[in-house]
Every structure is written in C-alpha cells, then in structure tokens.
Ligand binder design. Structure first.
Ligand code: AP5
Ligand code: MG
Length: 209
C-alpha cells in the first residue's frame, strides 16, 4: 500500500502513522522527523531547513522532494510506504504522482480550535519519535513506550503554530480536493479519540488490502 497522511498540524498524523506502520508493516516516512534529525546532527540539510521550520514555513520543494524520492528508492519502500507530512503543496503532489503514485490518502479533518491545545501539550520522544500529550502522561520526561527522553518541539509555540496553520490552509488543505478528484481521498474525523480515529483508518485500510 502506498499511503499519504494529510492533515493540519496537531491533527494526529504522527500518532496514527506510528500505529499504521506497526500493524501493517509499512515504511513510515515523516518529512518533519527527517528534518528534525538533520537539524540535530547539524547537516547541510538541517542548517537549510531550520530557519524555515522555526518560522513555520515550508522547506523549499527542491530540498524536500529530493529527500523523499531518495527515501522512497530504498529497499524497505519496495512493498509500499506511508508518507506523514508529504506532499504539502501541489508541486510536491505532482512530483510524487510522477515518481510513485499513491493508492490512498488518509485525510484527518479537524477544526483549528482543537489544535492549539493539542500542540501546546505535546511531548515528543527523541528516541522513538512517539507523540504524547501531557493530559495522559503528566509532566514526565521519560517516554512511556521506549524510555527515551521527551521534549517539546521548538515550533510548538502559539506564534509558530499560527504561521503553520496559515501555510496549511493556503498550500496543503487544497490537496484534499486534488486527491478527491482522483478518487483516492478518505476523509476521517480527527476530532475523536485516538482509538476511534484509528478504528476508522483500519476500516479504510482493511478494504484496500
Ligand atoms: P511536521 O513535523 O510534519 O509538523 P506538522 O505538519 O505541523 O504536524 P505535527 O507533527 O505538528 O502534528 P501531527 O498531525 O503529527 O500531530 P500528532 O500526532 O503529533 O512538520 C514540521 C515542519 O517541517 C513544517 O512546519 C515544515 O517547516 C517542515 N516540513 C515538513 N514536511 C514538509 C514538506 N513536505 N514540505 C516542506 N516543509 C516540510 O498529535 C499532536 C498532539 O495531539 C499530540 O500531543 C498527541 O498526543 C495529540 N493527539 C493526537 N491524536 C489525538 C486525538 N485523536 N485526540 C486527542 N489528542 C490527540
Ligand atoms: Mg507529526
């Protein structure tokens, strides 16, 4: 299966992608995680991406598309892939279509009003990249899944979130229409519990398999 997760910042893409990848044994590719790893290692890609991510803007297409096509060429993507956070604009979608057309797009539809609270309380694991919320894990700094260190992302602040949301509505949300026209869009209500969202995703994926 070749899958895309589409949705606003905080809609639950990363949370659901980890469950899907584990249960369906599919390569999970998060462009945001790839950039954050490059920033941590201070690579040329990381140095270039950091200023865009800090401002909540998209990293330029030529950088992002090269990373994704390179990653999709690797052995573990031969049987399919799950892209979390790519494509985010029409140019990226067209590039992907030409390189490796997706089978289905899982669109997590949410209202903006719930996102600030989700992003504001998010903690991310440096080791397994798991995404958690202080409402369920409290103020611990230890990952409940792998024991790694939890941290708060630099772009998880109200000002940068506001910029990320603007970019999302302007550039990424129109992709729902693009994929609807192609008949591969599956809309899932994101304002439900994590288990309810996952159950809805499973219903879609089990039909596709
Ligand atoms: P990226 O890392 O992809 O960030 P994002 O799109 O802003 O999305 P998030 O990771 O913030 O949210 P999510 O949907 O994964 O939510 P999560 O599951 O964690 O990208 C970061 C930056 O990198 C971009 O701004 C851009 O600069 C750059 N970039 C990345 N891709 C790019 C591209 N293709 N082109 C150019 N630039 C690119 O959940 C959030 C919180 O909510 C957590 O606390 C979680 O526990 C909680 N939660 C999840 N589901 C539920 C639920 N159902 N109910 C209640 N709480 C929930
Ligand atoms: Mg994410």
């Amino acid at each position: 299966m070749k899958l895309i997760m589409l949705g606003a910042p905080g809609s639950g893409k990363g949370t659901q992608a980890q469950r899907i990848a584990k249960d369906y044994k599919i390569a999970n590719i998060s462009t945001g995680d790839i950039f954050r790893d490059n920033i941590k290692r201070e690579t040329p890609i990381g140095q270039k991406a950091k200023s865009y991510i800090d401002r909540g803007e998209l990293v330029p297409d030529e950088v992002t598309c090269a990373i994704v096509t390179d990653r999709l060429s690797q052995e573990d993507c031969k049987g399919g892939y799950l892209l979390d956070g790519f494509p985010r604009n029409l140019r990226q979608a067209q590039k992907l279509e030409a390189f490796s057309a997706p089978d289905a797009v899982l669109y997590l539809e949410t209202e903006d009003s719930i996102l600030l609270e989700r992003i504001g309380g998010r903690r991310v694991c440096r080791k397994c990249m798991g995404s958690f919320h202080i409402s369920s894990i409290g103020d611990t700094t230890v990952c409940p899944v792998c024991g790694g260190e939890l941290y708060r992302r630099d772009d998880d602040n109200p000002a940068t979130l506001s910029a990320r949301l603007d970019v999302y509505h302007r550039e990424s949300a129109p992709l729902a229409g693009y994929y609807r026209e192609r008949g591969i869009l599956h809309t899932i209500k994101g304002n439900a519990t994590q288990d309810e969202v996952y159950a809805a995703i499973k219903r879609v994926l089990d039909k596709l398999q």
